[in-house]
Design a protein around this ligand. Structure first.
Ligand SMILES: Cc1cc2nc3c(=O)[nH]c(=O)nc-3n(C[C@H](O)[C@H](O)[C@H](O)COP(=O)(O)OP(=O)(O)OC[C@H]3O[C@@H](n4cnc5c(N)ncnc54)[C@H](O)[C@@H]3O)c2cc1C
Length: 452
């Protein structure tokens, strides 16, 4: 059964988060973007309003919302500021490996606390020398008795400069590649953890991004989240869960850009008429609208797959890739409709343009999403159609130009190059279209094994 409608509870959630976004985020996003600073008070308000951490299961004191609810909420916050959305929902990324693990004690310790108190948990796979290639992690985890010692640097860590906890992916030996990857929950006030300066960014400047360095940081065995060899799969499962949500960042940002452009074309005049009167521009807005709607459908589908336990990495990749690429195109087109004013800091398009650019990079670049889909297509994809060599021969034309619906009593040969079908007892000397020698023709009908 397919049902695209939202429940009354989901609609209520949408209304509440939308109202929060318009009241608490939209009015100050540009100010903090200019300051290049994260307003932590807004994160705290999002926590108090129950917008942050709503995916913590009820068993650990959370609301137990599914990913569809997550997508609904993220769209609203991202519509007001994609940068603040990144920081507000970063706990969901940081906590995902714990939720996906079997470590009940870690769930009890961290999820219960985060559901009750304003605490931030960031997530670290990326390093200064690698991002896409998670098997290439170099941050070293060395066993010391029952504990591990961490040495190395995690980079690009959202909320890295302000978080209380971090899920850290490391390796026991970089040469082991994915077989060496393990994961830990680290408390940021432990000895040997240092935080770098906030990284100055092009966009999403309301979000904190920093490097985190470990020097002989002792991680007790209770904080091992994934044993060596299990961490890679845990990281990939995390992304299956979080990538649809990056799609929702795109949906929110694109929706805002489209709405601003719609508004602007009604009030701006050129050549004696409002821009909105020009059909070329109406069509542009129609395209933008279609992309927003399509992106939303894909992200909700991917989120629903996660909630129903039927998710593969494919629906997450498709949602992330389509929605983030579409968002970039929509925001770019909206900026074009604003033209000169779009390029200024007085209107919101310039900030949205810088903010959405990141969506095509983090949590797996667009190229990595292409790799995932291509891997599926050339690996396990099961086609419905027969191969080109096996295409059935049902309809053919004889020399008099008459069509026949059957090849009964005839032998059909297919040119291996251009696909031409030759009817006759023997192959032709060569293909009349592409001149491939007739000996290369394949007998299509009757099948050789059927020939009496
Ligand atoms: C603001 C911000 C916040 C971030 N937050 C976090 C965070 O909280 N936690 C975290 O762990 N990371 C975070 N990241 C890191 C982010 O996930 C990485 O930047 C991203 O995965 C890409 O890695 P990279 O920058 O090292 O690029 P690289 O992996 O070096 O890739 C460089 C280019 O090569 C392409 N490429 C790489 N391999 C292939 C291939 N096999 N085929 C085709 N193309 C390829 C990539 O697509 C890219 O275009 C953040 C990044 C930014 C900028």
């Amino acid at each position: 059964m397919l049902d695209f409608s939202l429940t009354e509870e989901q609609l209520q959630l949408q209304r509440e988060v939308r109202e929060f976004a318009l009241r608490e985020i939209l009015p100050l996003a540009w100010y903090y973007d200019e300051l290049d600073k994260i307003p932590i008070s807004v994160l705290r308000k999002a926590f108090e309003a129950g917008i942050m951490n709503s995916d913590i299961p009820k068993a650990y004191g959370g609301k137990g919302y599914g990913l569809v609810e997550g997508a609904i909420a993220v769209e609203e916050i991202a519509a007001a500021c994609p940068g603040l959305a990144t920081s507000i929902f970063d706990n969901s990324l940081g906590m995902a490996p714990i939720m996906l693990s079997e470590k009940e004690d870690l769930k009890q310790r961290y999820l219960v606390e985060i559901a009750q108190e304003f605490k931030l948990m960031c997530f670290g796979t990326s390093e200064p020398t690698m991002g896409s290639d998670v098997a290439g992690i170099r941050c070293l985890a060395t066993q010391d008795g029952d504990d591990y010692l961490l040495n190395g640097t995690k980079y690009w860590i959202t909320n890295g400069g302000i978080a209380d906890y971090m899920t850290v992916f490391a390796t026991t030996d970089p040469k082991l590649q994915h077989k060496g990857i393990c994961a830990f929950v680290v408390e940021m006030n432990w000895d040997g953890v240092s935080v770098g300066r906030a990284i100055p960014k092009m966009g999403q400047r309301c979000s904190n991004t920093a490097g985190v360095h470990f020097e002989n940081t002792r991680v007790p065995k209770e904080n091992v989240l994934a044993e060596p060899g299990e961490g890679f799969v845990l990281a990939m499962k995390t992304f299956d869960r979080t990538r649809p949500i990056i799609g929702s960042f795109g949906v929110g940002a694109a929706r805002s850009a489209m709405e601003f452009a719609l508004n602007y074309t009604k009030k701006r005049h050129a050549f004696g008429a409002p821009l909105a009167n020009y059909q070329a521009l109406q069509f542009k807005l129609a395209e933008m609208f279609m992309k927003v709607e399509t992106a939303r459908l894909l992200t909700w589908k991917a989120a629903a797959d996660v909630d129903q336990g039927t998710a593969t990495n494919l629906s997450a990749s498709i949602a992330k890739l389509y929605a983030t690429e579409a968002a970039f195109e929509v925001v770019d087109n909206a900026l074009q409709l604003f033209a000169g004013y779009g390029y200024t800091k007085m209107y919101p398009l310039e900030k949205l343009f810088r903010d959405v650019r990141l969506l095509r990079i983090y949590e797996g670049t667009s190229e990595i999403q292409h790799l995932i889909m291509a891997g599926h297509l050339f690996g396990s994809y099961q086609p419905v159609m027969p191969s080109l060599d096996e295409l059935p021969v049902l309809r053919w034309e004889d020399e008099s130009g008459e069509f026949h619906e059957s090849v009964e009593g005839k032998t059909a040969w297919r040119c291996p190059m251009c696909g031409y079908i030759h009817m006759g007892d023997e192959t032709p000397d060569h293909c009349p279209y592409c001149f491939v020698p007739g000996k290369g023709f394949k007998q299509m009908f009757p099948r050789e094994e059927e020939t009496p």
